[in-house]
Write a protein that binds this ligand. Structure first.
Ligand code: BGC
Length: 422
């Protein structure tokens, strides 16, 4: 027979055990378990710091989850996209992967390799906080397929303030080619390479050409060119391509040995003065190079300052992945308003949720977010966002490789006409 005291003690132990079990059950119900493989090309200092902001939030709300960061190095997905294609073909599908909305995302939708997230958008109320135009860029046949981390602006010119001062150069909120040319002369005379370029991977040179074309010809003409509704051999296009040829002669001599992060590092040092690059360079300048917005570096835009060339980063859930629930948990972490600010602060892109405040972001980012909301948006061809066949983007990048060798703007135009009208 148990004494009264002992009975009370054992009841207390039992209820503690019951409580322990029920607490564990609650914790489990609150979070997803198992593996989640997150595939991206975010490996630079700022890119991986930003990715970690999402991953730590994911872990916090899902303590039992096992996160595998499967990032493959190479800016703009140079290597990652091929690795992913091989994996998908072999049925080795990550839970979630990075892709640009528009043409690139559509490619995965056409292959039926991604899950339809329309129900999730509805149950989470995301349609109410993501601007309609952005939801549309991830929607095909009425179904929405990805979640956005943020929107990068491709058409920025980053400048080293001390280098410009030394050469007696100053820019306003936008520049023309003639102003760039005048600045290049002064910079050269001051012993500074005017252009910072890291075109070890061809996309950075292709991006320089894209932003020159958008800046000089305008958003509507650029869209028409990409869609095969305007001719690439038009005199104005040829002139813009020749301006690109000229700009290449301003580059740092080691440009073929550097990638985009190397060009940003050279800009930060001031051995060269201007870098035409998406605002992931802003993240890199702030996070990796520890430079200050509008003090150490400045920025301008070629052509219309209200034109915003979009490079959205989004994530899909693999249709054949082993743990779609974990992919969904990742999507929810991406969409968390707090994560959106923390991530974009490190990444350099603009947050887009209509219910988050940009007040804590730097001056450049606040301005970019405003232009995103009110400016003229044009999708980047180089980053796969134009809604055209992937072969058009490929022809553009191949054409830039040929241009670098032969400087033949008319031949480039002919090749692009064939690619866009073909
Ligand atoms: C992506 C950015 C990335 C950049 C360089 C772009 O395609 O959208 O997120 O930082 O490539 O890797």
């Amino acid at each position: 027979m148990l004494s009264k005291k002992k009975i009370i003690a054992s009841v207390a132990i039992m209820s503690a055990a019951v409580l322990g079990v029920s607490q564990a059950t609650v914790a489990q119900a609150a979070g997803v378990t198992g593996k989640v493989e997150v595939f991206s090309w975010w490996t630079s200092g700022s890119e991986s710091a930003a990715l970690n902001a999402i991953l730590s939030a994911l872990k916090k709300s899902n303590p039992g989850i096992e996160i595998i960061n499967a990032a493959v190095a190479g800016g703009a997905g140079t290597n990652a996209k091929q690795v992913l294609a091989t994996r998908l073909a072999a049925g080795d599908t990550p839970e979630t992967w990075q892709t640009h909305p528009g043409g690139e995302l559509k490619g995965y939708v056409d292959q039926a390799s991604v899950l339809d997230l329309t129900a999730l958008y509805k149950s989470e109320g995301w349609n109410n906080v993501v601007p309609k135009g952005l939801v549309d860029s991830m929607t095909y046949n009425g179904k929405t397929y990805s979640v956005l981390t943020g929107i990068h602006r491709a058409n920025a010119v980053w400048t080293n303030k001390a280098a410009l001062r030394k050469a007696g150069v100053s820019f306003g909120e936008s520049v023309t080619f003639a102003q760039l040319e005048a600045a290049a002369k002064k910079l050269k005379a001051a012993g500074i390479a005017p252009l910072c370029l890291g075109d070890k991977d061809i996309w950075t040179a292709a991006q320089l050409l894209e932003e020159t074309l958008v800046g000089e010809l305008g958003a509507a003409t650029f869209n028409n060119l990409a869609a095969g509704k305007a001719s690439w051999t038009d005199a104005k296009v040829v002139t813009a391509v020749n301006h690109f040829n000229t700009m290449l002669t301003w580059a740092n001599s080691d440009h073929k040995a550097l990638d985009w992060t190397g060009a940003v590092a050279a800009l930060a040092k001031g051995t060269c003065a201007m870098n035409v690059m998406g605002d992931w360079a802003y993240g890199e300048l702030i996070v990796k190079q520890q430079k200050k917005d509008n003090i150490d570096f400045g920025y301008t835009v070629i052509g219309d300052p209200k034109t915003f060339v979009t490079v959205g980063d989004s994530f899909v859930i693999g249709a054949k992945s082993k743990n779609a629930a974990a992919g969904e948990a990742f999507a929810k972490a991406v969409m968390d308003p707090k994560v959106q600010i923390a991530f974009n602060k490190l990444k350099g892109s603009a947050p887009y949720r209509t219910d988050v405040s940009t007040a804590s972001l730097g001056a450049y980012q606040r301005a970019a977010a405003k232009t995103l909301a009110t400016g003229t948006l044009v999708a980047s061809l180089v980053h796969g966002q134009q809604l055209v066949a992937a072969s058009v983007g490929q022809a553009f990048s191949d054409g830039v490789t040929v241009l670098q060798a032969n400087k033949d703007a008319a031949a480039f135009g002919k090749a692009m006409n064939a690619a866009t009208k073909g």
